[in-house]
Design a binder for this molecule. Structure first.
Ligand SMILES: Nc1ncnc2c1ncn2[C@@H]1O[C@H](COP(=O)(O)OP(=O)(O)OP(=O)(O)O)[C@@H](O)[C@H]1O
Ligand SMILES: [Mg+2]
Length: 256
């Protein structure tokens, strides 16, 4: 494949989801900003991996941005940085006006719990907890009462259509059901930044579309979203699509 990537396809930057161009308003506040962000794994070793290379990206309130690109192109790395799970080797990541790099590990964890809903590529449900308990966990850690957290968890599970599985353990659920529980966990509480790494991977197309609608609705209600997907139909729910290749945005980002 040629390294010469013309951005003739500017249309993709304006692509709107089935519900319309909800987030293309430049006056909305920027909730997530990556500034020339780079992530090198194994720096100083014989084979450092440049997983992300000078990425600039802004996501505004009300905006859902899809991230596409081949395996190994840096999509998960980008989400990890955006969610404060990892810090950039150089450059900066700013969430809701706060620079991630300047926070202690403890402050970053608190920021993640309060502000960031994260659907991991490998789900990361706690095996010893039921679906409801998994979903409640971030709220309880944040000091919300068990009673309130449980009610919120029921609501979030209902939103993704698995309220009847509240008392099941992860191993008693199908992959797609576990995936929906992981999405409910990311949506519970007043999370303003929703990061989803292939959240529809284990879902049939009808369920996948329903989940996209849930994400879209949350974003329209005042959150911002970053969604990794390989599915063009799901990406069509986004306001724009950024394409990654070899750790760089090759189309659709906001450039440094
Ligand atoms: N902890 C790590 N140590 C070393 N290299 C890593 C680490 N994590 C990721 N990488 C490398 O960084 C690059 C980007 O990985 P990343 O997981 O972001 O890709 P991806 O686009 O999410 O791929 P996929 O579609 O397969 O999930 C890859 O070359 C990967 O091997
Ligand atoms: Mg990945």
């Amino acid at each position: 494949m040629s390294a010469d990537t013309e951005s003739a396809d500017t249309e993709s930057a304006d692509m709107t989801g089935p519900t319309g161009p909800a987030g293309s308003d430049d006056r909305r506040p920027v909730l997530l900003s990556l500034r020339d962000a780079t992530r090198v794994h194994g720096a100083g070793t014989a084979v450092p991996v440049q997983a992300l290379n000078g990425v600039g990206l802004e996501v505004r309130v009300g905006e859902l941005v899809a991230v596409m690109g081949p395996s190994g192109s840096g999509k998960s790395t980008l989400l990890h940085l955006a969610g404060g799970l990892d810090t950039p080797s150089s450059g900066d990541v700013v969430v809701d006006g706060v620079s991630i790099g300047g926070l202690s590990a403890k402050a970053r964890a608190a920021m993640r719990r309060r502000s960031v809903g994260y659907v991991f590529q490998d789900l990361n449900l706690v095996p010893a907890l039921t679906a409801a308990e998994n979903v409640m966990l971030p709220r309880e850690l944040d000091g919300v009462s068990t009673r309130k957290a449980r009610a919120e968890a029921r609501g979030a599970l209902a939103e993704v259509g698995v309220e009847d599985l509240a008392d099941r353990f992860p191993e008693e659920m199908s992959g797609g059901q576990q995936q929906r529980v992981a999405i409910a966990r990311a949506l519970i509480g007043p999370r303003r930044l929703v990061l989803a790494d292939e959240p529809t991977g284990a879902l049939d197309s009808l369920t996948g579309e329903a989940i996209m609608k849930v994400l879209r609705t949350r974003v329209d209600a005042g959150a911002a979203g970053l969604l990794v997907t390989h599915d063009a139909q799901h990406a069509a729910w986004a306001d724009r699509i950024v394409y990654l290749r070899d750790g760089r945005i090759v189309d659709g980002g906001s450039f440094r």
